[in-house]
Structure formats: C-alpha cells, structure tokens
Design a protein around this ligand. Structure first.
Ligand SMILES: [Zn+2]
Ligand SMILES: [Zn+2]
Length: 312
C-alpha cells in the first residue's frame, strides 16, 4: 500500500487505481474489471437480452467500446456451450480511418478465436462514405453514415444467421440520445428506449449490453486489458447537436456525478413496457422492412443521385 493510493473498497487488499465518483468506490484493477463484467451480466439479465443458445453478432468498429464488449461477451460465452459469438464489421469506406480500424478488429478476433465478417457500403449500396461526403449538400455525412450503417449491420447479422445483434453503445451514448430526444421534442423516441431490443420482422434483434457502462470506464477497461483499439476520431465531424449535448453531459458529470445515469434511467422509466410491436411493411424499392413505403436508406441514396456532385 502506498500513501497516494488508498486500498480497494471491494477487496480491501490491493491498491486502488480508480475512483468511481458516482458510487464513491475505489477499485483495484482486478475488482474494477470484475465489476464491469458483472454489470454487463446484470444488464443482460435485466433486459432479457440473451438465451442460453443465442447466436450473437457483435458489431465491432475497432474502437474501445465495441472491442471491450466483444472481450466481455467472449468471456461470458465460455460459460454457455450452446451460445455463439460472431464479430461483424462495416467498412463505410473512409480512407485512412476505417481501413485501420478494420485491421485492428480482425486482429482482435484472431486473438479471441472469434469468426469475423466484414461487409462494405460499396458492396451494399454502391457508394463509399468518402463519395457520399464529397457529394452531400444538405445533410451531414454522419446522417447518411448512421442510417446506412444500421442497415448494413442488420444485413451482416442476417448473413451470419445471428438471432441477436449486440452493439457497443455506452451509457454516454444512451444519455446523449435521451437528451437529444428531449431537445428535439421527440416524445416518441424518448419513450421507446429498450436496450434489450424487440423482435421485428426482417430485423435481427438489437441489444446493447454496454448501455450502463460509462465511456470513461470502457476506456479504462481497454487500457487494463491492454488491447489495441482505434483512437483516431472519424474525419467527418459528427452531428453538431450531439457534440453539444456530449460536451454538456460531460461537464455535468464532473460537477454532479451520476447525471448520465439519471438521464438514462429517466428515459427507461418513460418507456411503458418492453416488446412493443410496430407495424412494419416492406420498402417498395429494396424490399427491406420499413414503417413507411420507402425506407430511410433508399430515400437517402436516391437523394444523393438527384443532388449530383457538390461542386458541379
Ligand atoms: Zn480490489
Ligand atoms: Zn429501401
């Protein structure tokens, strides 16, 4: 024990390396990693995310959150002999950024002995993000990327015949989305937060087992486990309003620890019950499931064709 690092609150043996402001705990590396894994397990149980024989596609971007989730799910899977994990990655076609992330993801899957499928925007939609960014006028590149990546992940999960699609959304992402919905007045989305996902025809059920893990702890986990992940931010600047909300929540979390949990839990409380069904039809253009007549992905791709090149 040293003067500067008080002993771990949990084991009362080892030196702590992390203070958890929202709970007052001081944790050593072993207890921290264990507590993170236990939290993910509790989240999975609470939202009934998995069956003992689930075939789980894990969306792996190459960033710390999705790789951390892959590590933890791979560890959990060892206690369920009938369950299976397959990593899926989407190559959006962002040169110098995504190619690096994909090679990191491939390396991690090799180390963990997890099968890995990569599919690209080019293959699915005939266009890369770099091409979209060069031609989009009205909507930011991230709007396209978000919608198309969602579609691509579903397609990848179907190809590997998964019955679950797990993504690395963290507590920060959940709180940001909830607050964004408040700021946009989107009551519908605000009251439909279900990290356990629901069964919709044509969609692989989406689950978010990392939804109660703060991004800061995800980063510490990656560091302690010592795995490589992509640290470069995407060259496209992100959604302006989300960036503002992220900054605000990060500042609030410092002065009022636990703010993100409060915002997230409020959204969960507003959601009446799980397993709510939405009426789904199929897109008249591509045949994928949608609530309208033409799906959002087709609307965006058609919009790009009509716009033509940006500087023409
Ligand atoms: Zn400890
Ligand atoms: Zn469509």
């Amino acid at each position: 024990m040293t003067e500067t690092s008080p002993v771990c609150t949990k084991c009362a043996k080892r030196d702590s390396i992390y203070f958890r402001p929202y709970s007052g705990e001081r944790l050593c590396p072993t207890c921290f990693k264990r507590s993170l894994k236990e939290r993910v397990e509790r989240t999975i149980a609470r939202f009934e995310m998995l069956e003992h024989d689930s075939r789980v596609a894990v969306g792996v971007s190459g960033g710390k959150d999705s790789l951390g989730l892959l590590h933890i799910l791979a560890e959990i899977e060892r206690s369920y002999p009938k369950a299976e994990i397959i990593a899926v990655s989407i190559d959006e076609g962002v040169r110098g950024y995504r190619d690096e992330a994909i090679s990191i993801a491939t390396e991690a899957c090799g180390d963990l002995g997890v099968e890995h499928l990569v599919i690209s925007f080019k293959e699915l939609f005939g266009v890369t993000m770099d091409e979209i960014a060069a031609s989009t006028r009205e909507l930011g590149a991230c709007t396209y990327c978000g919608v198309l990546r969602r579609r691509a992940l579903n397609e990848a999960a179907m190809r590997v015949e998964a019955d679950r699609l797990a993504t690395g959304h963290t507590l920060d992402d959940m709180a940001q989305t909830a607050l964004l919905n408040v700021l946009r007045g989107d009551v519908n989305s605000l009251s439909r937060v279900n990290p356990g996902g629901s069964d919709l025809p044509g969609f692989v059920r989406r689950i978010k087992p990392y939804c109660e893990v703060p991004e800061r702890e995800s980063a510490l986990y990656a560091y302690l486990e010592g795995f490589r992940f992509q640290e470069l931010p995407c060259p496209y600047t992100g959604e302006a309003m989300r960036n503002d909300v992220r900054g605000f929540l990060n500042r609030m979390e410092i002065t009022r620890p636990g703010t993100m949990f409060t915002v997230y839990r409020t959204a969960i409380k507003l959601t009446p019950e799980r397993g709510e069904t939405t009426m789904m039809g199929t897109c008249s253009k591509c045949g994928e499931p949608t609530t309208g007549t033409v799906c959002r992905a087709c609307q965006l791709i058609d919009g790009l064709r009509e716009q033509g090149p940006k500087n023409a």
